[in-house]
Design a binder for this molecule. Structure first.
Ligand SMILES: [Zn+2]
Length: 239
């Protein structure tokens, strides 16, 4: 390799390295709000589940209450009929009342069973509401923890981004004339993945084959773009 090529390869290697660091740092920066959003969605989902658990609980309580009222009503009917029994005018009326009381007692026993079962279910749904409340609280804690954690990280990442950006500008200022323009054009198009190392015979950006004539040009210190992805190529290591 000529010393010219070495120099360009060195600068491109350095630029590529800085771009990668920047990309990683910006990724960490974006992770903050992205994760915060994901946690907020989890809280929202847990709250929705809680809301339907509460609704189911209220409904069950209402149904259980109605069943209890039906049962009380049936007991009152039985009482009423028992007192009518005393004043029955004849045997026929007496027997009719007797039959009605028997039927009511049967119905009351069924209602009592149903009311008990509903009360059990309402109690179980109280537990399920409590569990859902715990899940909402846990999701909120997780969201808060991340928000605190990220506010701790953010200033460091921000400072690091500024430092690497100024280092990048310094490295870019070492590119002269044509190269600088070519480089800037690719950066405008491809951002931080504007450059790609040639590894063996392949482009490190898109893994496509880089033909021999292009690799030779590169070795002679010319500027070469990958035909597949358009990145500016450089040699990853001294060969
Ligand atoms: Zn490529």
């Amino acid at each position: 390799m000529t010393s010219q090529t070495d120099k360009h390869s060195d600068i491109f290697r350095r630029l590529h390295g800085l771009h990668q660091v920047l990309e990683e740092l910006r990724g960490r920066m974006m992770k903050g709000p992205r994760l915060a959003q994901a946690y907020a969605r989890q809280v929202q989902q847990a709250e929705q589940v809680l809301e339907s658990a509460r609704k189911a609980h209220q409904d069950l309580k209402m149904v259980a209450h109605r069943k209890q009222m039906d049962y009380d009503q049936k007991l009152a009917d039985i009482q009423r009929r028992k007192s009518q029994l005393m004043q029955a005018k004849d045997n026929r009326e007496y027997q009719v009342l007797k039959d009605q009381i028997a039927a009511d007692e049967m119905a009351a026993s069924v209602l009592a069973d149903e009311a008990l079962e509903l009360m059990d279910r309402a109690e179980a749904s109280t537990r399920s509401v409590a569990e859902c409340e715990e899940k909402v609280a846990a999701a909120k804690r997780q969201a808060e923890q991340w928000s605190e954690e990220f506010s701790r990280q953010e200033p460091t990442i921000r400072a690091e981004i500024e430092r690497v950006e100024s280092e990048l500008r310094r490295a870019e200022s070492m590119l002269a004339g044509d190269v600088r323009e070519m480089y800037q054009r690719v950066v405008r198009l491809k951002g931080s993945s504007a450059l790609a190392p040639v590894r063996g015979e392949f482009c490190g950006g898109c893994n496509q084959h880089v033909p021999l004539n292009m690799r030779s040009k590169l070795k002679l210190g010319e500027y070469v773009y990958c035909h597949s992805c358009g990145r500016m190529l450089f040699y990853a290591e001294e060969e």
